[in-house]
Design a protein around this ligand. Structure first.
Ligand code: HEM
Length: 202
């Protein structure tokens, strides 16, 4: 990423979730040339099932708006729904995740958001690979396209908000890190299961 303004809390988060990120990358064959349509659809269904529960929980934390973060602007569910429908799956028939972080306050919400927002960074690479196989943003690749050209700016504004909060509330750092780790772990577990369960076709 580069840049000189990366807040300390982000370095800590990256460090503490490195192993979980590596596991997530291994679990997801998104860059694998043998990725087929059914597997890709199952991965999207897995993300949908997790976001369907977690996104409203994060959005319910009103204090995020005081930090300049608007969860409505950062919703991923509509893109996931669009992708699933484009690929012939019915999101209303997709199983939702049964183990998702509780998100009981602003520190926990920031930890969850770190994972969900950070995924848009890896998404830039994934999206390029998908597009090379014809899965462009309007053809089932909208989720991994993230915020498109705005991805860098969206990450910068998230970084600034989490950095300012952690600086003002140093006692919250442990909770932020714990929530990020929990989010990564539960998501990675759920995605592994969702892929084995196969895609939800209509
Ligand atoms: C095949 C799957 C994945 C690949 C290849 C991948 C790759 C990457 C890459 C290259 C970056 C660094 C981008 C940059 O610094 O500009 C990154 C960052 C990140 N990714 Fe992933 N990623 C994958 C899956 C995921 C998933 C599933 C999540 C979580 C839902 C995730 C969460 C993050 C986070 C939180 C960061 C930010 C790290 C930081 O700078 O603190 N990634 N990923």
């Amino acid at each position: 990423m580069g840049g000189t303004t990366r807040p300390a809390v982000l370095d800590l988060l990256r460090d503490r979730t490195r192993a979980a990120h590596e596991r997530a990358e291994e679990t997801l064959p998104l860059l694998d040339p043998s990725l087929d349509a059914a597997r890709y659809r199952a991965i999207l269904a897995g993300f949908w099932g997790f976001h369907a529960v977690l996104e409203p929980r994060v959005a319910a934390v009103a204090e995020l708006r005081d930090l300049g973060l608007d969860p409505a602007e950062r919703r991923k569910l509509p893109r996931l729904e669009h992708d699933l429908r484009t690929l012939g799956a019915d999101p209303t028939r997709v199983t939702v995740a049964d183990a998702v972080p509780e998100v009981e306050g602003v520190a926990a919400a920031l930890g969850c958001m770190y994972v969900l927002e950070g995924a848009t960074l890896g998404g830039r690479i994934i999206s390029r690979q998908l597009a090379a196989r014809g899965i462009r943003p309007d053809a089932g690749g909208a989720f991994f396209a993230g915020y498109g050209d705005e991805t860098g700016e969206m990450w910068k504004s998230f970084s600034a908000a989490i950095g300012a909060y952690a600086e003002a509330h140093p006692e919250s750092t442990a909770r932020i890190v714990e929530a990020a780790d929990e989010t990564f772990t539960l998501l990675e577990r759920w995605l592994a299961r969702a892929q084995n369960a196969g895609p939800a076709s209509s």
